[in-house]
Structure formats: C-alpha cells, structure tokens
Design a protein around this ligand. Structure first.
Ligand SMILES: Cc1cc2nc3c(=O)[nH]c(=O)nc-3n(C[C@H](O)[C@H](O)[C@H](O)COP(=O)(O)OP(=O)(O)OC[C@H]3O[C@@H](n4cnc5c(N)ncnc54)[C@H](O)[C@@H]3O)c2cc1C
Length: 489
C-alpha cells in the first residue's frame, strides 16, 4: 500500500466519492467527519417502521453515479437500483389548475398543447438552448477545474456556445419562450435546484430542465441514502479509514503546504494532502486565518424548512413528487433573498417516496417529505418561527387540495436552517454553498485546488462545479484528476 496519505475533512457525498477515487488511485485515505454518520446532507431518518431521506429526493445524470462505482472497480447495479420517475412531478397552481410533467416528450407536448398551444415552439427553443449549454458544459465546466485552460475536447465543445439568450436573466429568458403563466412558473422553479432565484440567476441554468427531461429524474429503491451506504461499504472494503465524531479543528501547514489536520480532541493526523469537503467558507478559520479573504463571497444559497411525516393511511391519489406553487412567485423570492424571511406564501414540494417504494413504510402507511425554501441564516429559528412556517406550509397544501393528514400523523421530524447548519457544518444552513446569481457566481466558485496552500484541495457543493448530488460527484472527479496531475505518485 502507498505510504502517501490523504486526509479528507468531511464524509459527505463529495468526501466519500473523492476518498474512493483516491483509494483506487493508490492513496491511503482517512475521512474525518464531525457528525455521527456519513453522507452529510444526504441523510436518513427512521422511526416506527417509516424511513425517510432527509435530504436529496431526486437524482439526475445517473451516469455520473455509475462512473463513480466504475472508478471504484465495481458496477452501480450491483449496489443500488435506480427507478425512473414518470411523471417527474405534478404541479398544482394557486388557482387549482394542475398538470403532470413527465419526461416522455410526446406526452409533454400534448400537455403543453393543452395549456398554451403557442408555447410548443417556445418549449422546443428553450429545450434546444438547454441542450447546447449541456453540450458545452459536459466538456468544460463539468469536467475541468474552474481556471484550467481548455483542452482539445473543451475547444471542440465551444462550437455549442449559445450566443443569444444564455447570458441573460433566467426569468426573462423563460418569459421570452413561454406565454402561459403556468409554464413560466413551472420553468422558473428550476434555479431552486441549485438554491437560487429565477429572477437573479443567469439563463445558463436552462441546462437543468434540459438535463431532467433528456436523462430523467431518478429514485433509488430503499431510499437515496442507499447510495451513501454503498459508498461507505466500498470505502471500508478498500481499507479507507472512516472516522465519525471527528471534527477537524485546524489544517496544519508546513512551509506553505498542508501537512495534516488537528482534530478537536487534540489528535494530529499527518498527511501528504488534505481535501476539504466541508464548506469552503470555513477554510480561513481552519487555517487559523479568520480575517483572510474568503474563497468566495458569503452570498449563500437557499436553505430549507423540511417536515418528515409518517402517516397511518395510504394516499393512493398522491404522486411520488408534487409541487404546490405560491400565488406570487416573484414575491416569494423577494421574501427569500431581499427580506430574508420565510415566505408569507411558500411554494411547497411534497415527496411521497412510499408511493413508489413500499419497503420504506408499514403496510398501511406513507412517508411524506415536505419542503419549502427558506433563507440561509445565522440567527437561530425560534419555536414561533417553526409554528408559523408549519402553518403556512399546511395552508398552501390545503389550498392545493392535498389530503388532510394531520390526524393520521404517527411520526414526525422537522428540519430548520438552524438544524441544517449545526448538523452538517453548513454555514447558515445553506444547502448548495453559494447561490448562482449572475454568471460570475454561477461559474466562478472556489476552485478545487487552493492557490496559496500547496496540497490543499476542495470537493463538494461549495466548490466547483457546485451543489446538487451529480455536480458534487463531478467535483470529486475533477479534484482527484487535479491531485493525480499535481501530486507526486
Ligand atoms: C433538504 C435537502 C434536499 C436536497 N434535495 C436534493 C435533491 O433532490 N437532489 C440533489 O441532487 N441534491 C439535493 N440536495 C443537495 C445535496 O444533498 C447536496 O448538494 C450534497 O449532498 C452535498 O454534498 P457535499 O459532499 O458537498 O457536502 P455535505 O453533505 O455538506 O457534507 C459535508 C460534510 O463535511 C462535514 N464537515 C464539515 N466541516 C467539518 C470539519 N471541520 N471536520 C469534520 N467534518 C466536517 C459535515 O459534517 C458534512 O458531513 C438537498 C439537500 C438538502 C439538505
């Protein structure tokens, strides 16, 4: 075994993925997580026979997950079973209109035709814009570090560079392509997949609805946490030293190079390289330079308010994923980003995974995950805020015709930005690191290799290429490629 030692700070999805890739490349790897379990925001909660994913509920770009298993010397389908979601979601609007949005293009065209026949052409053009951005990104942004010069594949991909629209404002571009207020609100929701506002994000995020349509949205049988469990098993098999309850208090440097970490309990681990999977905003503190310039401006992405409800009844008419839209979407984002309050009228996302997978509930039950966006904040949520948020969320569901479930709840858990922040060392409870408002912030996240401290690398949602499970796995690939290039074997 190589004596070269990598210490990974954080065993979130990005930390586990980089640990596997480095171990496959011959490194001895230690992963230290401050929490009592691995997976970070990709977490699970079970009670009374109900099992919930507390974080991600839908994955896209399944080949990115398969690539990681391949890099670890195995096949994804030997570990997890992916189930394609059809429809992707049911959207329910304030006036009671609802539509099922699927990834079958013929069916979707019929739906759009019914909603607003003149939007069929706009839909094709919007999809084409997303496709061109995807073709460009897959050889550039998704594959290489933020400041690396383009290689031949990247240069070839630049022919897909969309000159019109892509650099404008996301909402304005949606409004140029769709007349229907329903389709506008539906497509405006996609920037929230990366914790951002459609009114401030660049139109390049049109890549997200394209990816979801072209490659599907997927569930993992048993819950998405199965991905984490498989990665932990593979790490163990490969001899990765996995440590929970091990908060890294500082990164040790020797002659401007990372040479190990100091754990909160006082133990020092020496290392040839250190990979930070926690939020990059914490790095100046870990380097004992709290006053030095942050790696990225502290403009945090959205956080969330989540309720997990196990109910003793079945909900045969409720789909796996549904979204209950607020009456005034622009006002909701003003509440979130300008007023920095939990929205007066939140859009509510409901995920009833037990509609697809009965293995996660008792026979007569359903596992309901309910989420609304909330601003990231350092000010602890009070019990009063939890009560208010709960009643606003339930009011929106009631208005949208969601079945009355309160009397049937048998297990319940609630997540606030404060709990997200403390459980995952996520500043302000931000789910996706920094937001993607304006193209600079969308594309210029902290790079995967530190420019000032040798041997210090970054992986995960707060670094390039950004938050969300597939992009976090891409960052693990980019980071391990950089390590292979810059560190002596
Ligand atoms: C409610 C919710 C819903 C979501 N929905 C989706 C979805 O549907 N689809 C999707 O793709 N994504 C979704 N996401 C986002 C996705 O979960 C994240 O982008 C991804 O899991 C982040 O992985 P990561 O490795 O970057 O970091 P994290 O999961 O944040 O892991 C970082 C780890 O580092 C540890 N750590 C930090 N500092 C230290 C330290 N000093 N010492 C030791 N350990 C430390 C933390 O404890 C944590 O375990 C959702 C997230 C949440 C919370």
């Amino acid at each position: 075994m190589s004596t070269r030692h990598a210490v990974v700070i954080g065993g979130g999805l990005g930390g586990l993925a980089v640990a596997l890739r480095l171990s496959a490349a011959g490194w001895r790897v230690t992963v230290c997580d401050s929490g009592s379990t691995f997976g970070g925001k990709m977490n699970q909660w079970s009670d009374g026979g109900f099992t919930f994913d507390t974080g991600p509920s839908l994955i896209t770009m399944p080949w990115v997950f398969a690539d990681l298993f391949t890099a670890a010397g195995t096949r994804m389908d030997e570990h997890i079973e992916l189930i394609r979601m059809e429809p992707l979601a049911r959207y329910v609007f304030d006036d009671g209109t609802s539509l099922d949005y699927g990834s079958s293009i013929p069916q979707l065209l019929t739906t759009i035709q019914q909603v607003e026949p003149r939007d069929v052409d706009g839909f094709w053009r919007f999809l084409h814009l997303g496709a061109r951005i995807f073709e460009l990104s897959k050889e550039t942004f998704f594959r290489r570090g933020a400041f690396e010069p383009p290689d031949a594949a990247a240069l070839r991909a630049l022919r897909h560079m969309p000159l019109r629209h892509a650099w404008g404002n996301y909402h304005s571009v949606v409004a140029k392509h769709f007349r229907s207020p329903y389709l506008r609100q539906l497509y405006d929701r996609y920037p929230t997949y990366v914790g951002s506002s459609p009114y401030a994000a660049p139109a390049t995020l049109a890549i997200i609805p394209y990816i979801e349509l072209a490659f599907g949205g997927w569930y993992v049988r048993g819950g998405l946490y199965r991905i984490v469990q498989s990665l932990v098993d593979l790490c163990r098999t490969r001899g990765v030293d996995l440590r929970t309850n091990s908060r890294v208090a500082s990164i040790i440097r020797d002659n401007k190079r990372a040479s190990g970490v100091l754990l909160e309990g006082g133990e020092a681990l020496t290392a040839d390289i250190v990979v930070m999977n926690g939020d990059t905003a914490d790095v100046p503190g870990l380097l004992n330079e709290p006053d030095s310039a942050p790696l990225a401006p502290a403009e945090r992405s959205l956080s969330g308010f989540v309720m997990l409800l196990g109910v003793r009844r079945t909900l045969a008419d409720v789909p796996h994923h549904s979204v209950y839209f607020s009456a005034d979407y622009e006002r909701e984002f003003t509440d979130l980003f300008a007023r920095r309050i939990f929205p007066e009228d939140p859009t509510v996302y409901v995920n009833v995974a037990s509609r697809t997978d009965r293995s996660i509930v008792p026979d007569d039950g359903e596992a309901i995950f309910i989420m609304a966006n909330a601003p990231a904040t350092d000010v602890p949520w009070t019990n009063g805020e939890v009560k208010d948020a709960t009643s606003r969320v339930l009011a929106r569901l009631r208005r949208g015709g969601f079945p009355e479930i309160e009397a049937d709840i048998v297990v319940r858990d609630t997540w606030t930005p404060t709990r997200l922040a403390s459980s995952y060392a996520a500043p302000g409870g931000a789910i996706y690191g920094t937001h993607s408002h304006g193209w600079r912030r969308a594309f210029m996240r902290p790079p995967n290799k530190d420019s000032r401290t040798g041997g210090l690398y970054y992986v995960g949602g707060s670094t390039h290429p950004g938050g969300g499970t597939p992009t976090v796995l891409m960052s693990a690939q980019i980071t391990s490629d950089l390590i292979a290039r810059h560190e002596q074997p």
